[in-house]
Design a protein around this ligand. Sequence first.
Ligand SMILES: Cc1cc2nc3c(=O)[nH]c(=O)nc-3n(C[C@H](O)[C@H](O)[C@H](O)COP(=O)(O)OP(=O)(O)OC[C@H]3O[C@@H](n4cnc5c(N)ncnc54)[C@H](O)[C@@H]3O)c2cc1C
Ligand code: SF4
Length: 344
Amino acid sequence: MNPLSFVVPFDVPAALAQIRAEGARFVAGGTNLIDLMKERVMLPQRLIDINRLALDTIEDDGHGGLLLGALARNAATAYHPLVLERYPLLSAAILAGASPQIRNMASNGGNLLQRTRCHYFYDVGVPCNKRAPGSGCPAIDGLSRQHAILGASPSCIATHPSDMCVALRVLDAVVHVATQEGERTIAFGDFHRLPGEQPHIDTTLAPDELITHIALPAAPRFAAHSIYLKLRERTSYAFALVSVAAMLDIGEDGLIREGRVALGGVAHKPWRVPQAEALLQGAPDAARFAAFADRLLEGAQGQGGNDFKILMARRSIVRALAMAVAGTHNNTGHGSTVMTRGAA
Ligand SMILES: Cc1cc2nc3c(=O)[nH]c(=O)nc-3n(C[C@H](O)[C@H](O)[C@H](O)COP(=O)(O)OP(=O)(O)OC[C@H]3O[C@@H](n4cnc5c(N)ncnc54)[C@H](O)[C@@H]3O)c2cc1C
Ligand code: SF4
């Protein structure tokens, strides 16, 4: 038996005071943390239920952007009229994940902090550098179908499982954080870490910091040409093997003025290379998209079991960009997903 206390603060200062206790953890929807506790992967000594904090709103920021509360549920976010109108890509990405029941519980803040789905991480009977630093990484010579092809290290080849975060990366979201010392912001590209030699640290958020909001800057030029393409083993309830969030600003002359692309399922964080995106400017043709895909995937390396992901990612990028040129799919049903098995 592990002793566990449970507290319910009613405001942010009270929550921040509680998190200083030994072994304390925030819990929001609990859809990831409680699973990890049941598997004994994470064993907090104190749970701080943050659901009474007034952080569940979705508001216009007064400049054409939105402020998403950390405790707004994934479903409420995906179906919010302003999200659908301004950021259909975000809506599609959220709805491509999990199931309706889970999206009703899952919070925006918790989605950012969900942990990898590496099966060795979930199995406390085997070593894992992310769970027990210094113990080893059995995935490298083991089952690696779900694992990273970009940005991995000899310590860890895990991927970040979120769909929502891939969209937030191309939308240049900013994470707002409350700390004992005040407030700070983290650019989304700096929020998740690559594993390096410290794969047990997933993000740049300190353990005693609370996510309060996620800010989305205005992006009206992209709303008409955006897509979230997710390839996975089943059409529901499966994490991405590869996913692509793509958005294009296309001028009246039909030329791409600006393009942004991020990948999910391939790295320890949503994978984006902003310097490569200049390659997307000009006529929207397959050769341009293929050259961009090669640049985005530069350095990609498989572990055997996931080698197929390199070609799958290349083809998915080209396909997603062509779909984005054709126009945004307002897919509020199941997300723009494609089932695959062994396909590349
Ligand atoms: C069967 C299943 C299938 C799934 N499929 C997908 C999928 O296809 N795609 C996908 O993207 N996701 C998927 N998910 C994951 C799901 O989206 C996440 O579990 C969910 O978003 C986590 O949110 P939560 O509020 O439940 O987090 P919790 O479980 O409550 O918390 C997760 C972590 O975040 C911390 N935390 C929560 N809120 C804050 C905050 N405001 N500030 C600081 N720390 C905080 C907690 O301490 C904890 O460490 C799936 C989950 C399940 C169970
Ligand atoms: S890939 Fe990372 S999470 Fe998976 S076993 Fe290796 S160290 Fe653990």
